[in-house]
Design a protein around this ligand. Structure first.
Ligand SMILES: *[C@@H]1O[C@H](CO)[C@@H](O)[C@H](O)[C@H]1NC(C)=O
Length: 264
């Protein structure tokens, strides 16, 4: 009996400890997940960026993939970035959706493209099963696939910050038209966006890398079809500017633009 009584306070302390952890997990934001991408022995890195691509090879996707294979070999690339809209028109329905093979594994077949692919989600991906694209099953099916909502890749001279931009866009919530978006894990929306912005800000502040690159699906500024994304201009851009981000890379508008700022 004595020994049992001795155990109780320890149990109590343990439960208080757990409670404190749970409470702090509720109040504070989490650190963004991180991946380490080793650079070349000379410290350099090269990578390709592609966005808005999953077409089962059509819309010239296969031809683009062929050219990516060639340039990827010439540059001896270390990794690839996808800026989202990975699978048209409506993402994938499960981790076993044949779109994954038809639009990814069986399309980007060149040896030079057998490197890590760091993906974010686009608005078309949110029209499917988001958890399917985030599922570790996809990495079992094709070990190149790395897809989280928001995360950081540390590559010594550069830190790359991947930001989930779709939940910022009011129109997808206010006027979804005939589209159904998979907002699981995103609601309540304001809480999700506020903690994401804080997480990105903190990660940028902590970064010691020479270069800071941010990747998202949506435009901040664009002269293309969709134009600027005002929600990102208002909410994300000030954080990128305050942290002296060198480059923001996006997809969404299907054209090549190089936009620089006269402010800095
Ligand atoms: C593929 O590219 C060719 C040449 O640029 C173009 O004429 C054709 O319309 C493209 N096909 C599709 C389906 O976009």
């Amino acid at each position: 009996m004595d020994s049992l009584r001795d155990v109780k306070p320890i149990k109590l302390i343990f439960s208080i400890f757990c409670l404190v952890i749970i409470l702090s997990a509720c109040n504070s934001t989490a650190e963004l997940p991180r991946f380490v991408q080793p650079p070349e022995p000379d410290g350099s890195l090269s990578f390709l960026v592609v966005g808005d691509w999953g077409r089962r090879g059509s819309y010239n996707q296969s031809q683009v993939a062929l050219q990516m294979g060639k340039i990827g070999k010439d540059l001896n690339i270390d990794f690839l970035i996808s800026t989202g809209d990975n699978f048209y028109d409506d993402g994938i329905i499960s981790p076993y959706d044949s779109q994954f093979q038809d639009s990814f594994t069986n399309i980007y077949t060149a040896t030079s493209l057998q490197k890590p692919w760091y993906n974010v989600l686009g608005n078309h991906d949110y029209r499917g099963n988001v958890y399917a694209q985030l599922s570790p099953i996809l990495r079992d099916l094709d070990c190149r696939w790395i897809c989280l909502r928001s995360y950081v890749v540390n590559a010594e001279i550069v830190d790359i910050f991947f930001v989930d931009t779709t939940p910022f866009v009011d129109r997808y919530f206010d006027e979804p038209k005939d589209h159904v978006y998979d907002w699981r894990g995103v609601l309540p929306r304001n809480k999700y966006l506020n903690s994401l912005l804080t997480d990105v800000d903190v990660a940028l502040q902590e970064s010691m890398a020479k270069w800071k690159i941010v990747v998202g699906h949506h435009t901040i500024k664009s002269a293309g079809h969709h134009g600027n994304t005002i929600e990102l201009e208002k909410q994300l851009l000030p954080i990128l500017e305050a942290n002296e981000v060198d480059l923001y890379i996006n997809g969404h508008d299907h054209c090549l633009e190089h936009i620089s700022s006269i402010n800095r």
